[in-house]
Design a protein around this ligand. Structure first.
Ligand code: APR
Length: 313
């Protein structure tokens, strides 16, 4: 198994370490800053005797090295700075995604693509368009990160450990994300029976701003431990053919009444990528919020001029 990661920065290199720690696959770290990719790979390779890695890692700037990857993860791009929204990155990062996709298409056209670059849903749709791939092979990492953030805050508030909390966050990776209160169980009890309305509202708001909180404190760069862990969960589900339901950004063609966009929905992930998008019956307020979130993604794509030629399948 071989996983290539384009973008050897904070998320990419932390993800490489997670893959090696778990022995999931051989890793290629590629970056436009070739020396950075090489340095990270050397450093990780030197860790092998200490951590007993069984898999290899190389760093490169040459796309030839990504040939025959089962999965290519794209983290290349600019992260947010304090005060920026994810949408502020749209123009710079869309140019990067297009260039990266051209190279992936040439060198590893069969790979499943996992997108991490922000603004996530927009970059995921661009990757779909640029790659020409089957939509099942395009996965945007965000819903499980937003879900983890919501769970972590619920844990702090209730004291119930995360493995006894069930919840899902759908929608776009941004201010219009949709934490599903209707599907949230705290140790088997509905959230609304555990916390009062005011508390829930404040936790939902904090979940949406959690990434921004980290950026404001870091002052340069954005979160990478939880994004790389969320990405790892997706890679493991694919490589081990787990058929696990993970909220992630998928290309919709009619699901939830939406099409021609990428948005966070529950997806069963396995060796073919998105094996099924689950269509849950949602209460009208949550379904409405999901559709509103998708509309904003579509509007942004429209402004970028990317939906004029929306693919028709
Ligand atoms: N090709 C290859 N690599 C590139 C290119 C390119 N055209 N452009 C930029 N890169 C590389 C940079 O050199 C850098 O090493 O992408 C890497 C990005 O790493 P960081 O700046 O550390 O950013 P990171 O925190 O990893 O976030 C990457 O993921 O979570 C999102 O918002 C985040 O869009 C950002 C992305």
């Amino acid at each position: 198994m071989k996983i290539s990661i384009v973008g050897a920065g904070n998320v990419g290199s932390t993800l490489a370490e997670r893959i090696l720690n778990h022995g999931l696959a051989d890793v290629v770290l590629l970056d436009i800053r070739e020396d950075l990719a090489k340095a990270k790979a050397f450093d990780l390779a030197d860790t092998r005797p200490l951590m007993d890695y069984k898999k290899s890692v190389i760093g490169t700037g040459d796309y030839n090295e990504i040939r025959n990857s089962q999965i290519v993860v794209i983290t290349a791009g600019f992260p947010r700075k304090p005060g920026m929204t994810r949408d502020n990155l749209i123009h710079k990062n869309s140019e990067i995604i297009k260039e990266v996709l051209k190279n992936i298409k040439k060198n590893s056209p069969e790979a499943i693509l996992v997108i991490v670059t922000n603004p996530l849903d927009i970059m995921t749709y661009l990757a779909y368009k640029e790659s020409g791939c089957d939509r099942r092979k395009i996965i945007g990492m965000a819903g499980n990160l937003d879900t983890a953030r919501f769970k972590a805050l619920l844990f702090r508030q209730t004291g119930v450990p995360p493995d006894k909390i069930e919840t899902f966050v759908l929608g776009s990776h941004g201010d219009t994300m949709v934490p599903l209160v209707s599907k949230t169980l705290i140790d088997g009890k509905p959230l609304e029976n555990v916390l009062d309305k005011e508390n829930i509202t404040s936790l939902l708001a904090r979940t949406k701003k959690r990434g921004g909180e980290v950026i404001a404190l870091l002052k340069s760069g954005s979160a990478y431990y939880s994004p790389s862990a969320a990405c790892f969960e997706i890679l493991r589900a694919i490589i081990n053919d787990e058929k696990k339901t993970i909220p992630c950004s998928c290309i919709l063609e009619g699901e939830y009444g939406m099409r021609d966009c990428a948005i966070g929905v529950p997806a069963k992930l396995g060796k073919s990528g998105v094996e099924k998008i689950l269509e849950w019956k949602l209460p009208p307020d949550e379904l409405g919020a999901l559709r509103k979130s998708a509309k904003l993604v579509k509007d942004a794509l429209g402004k970028l001029g990317e939906r004029k030629n929306a693919r028709s399948k």
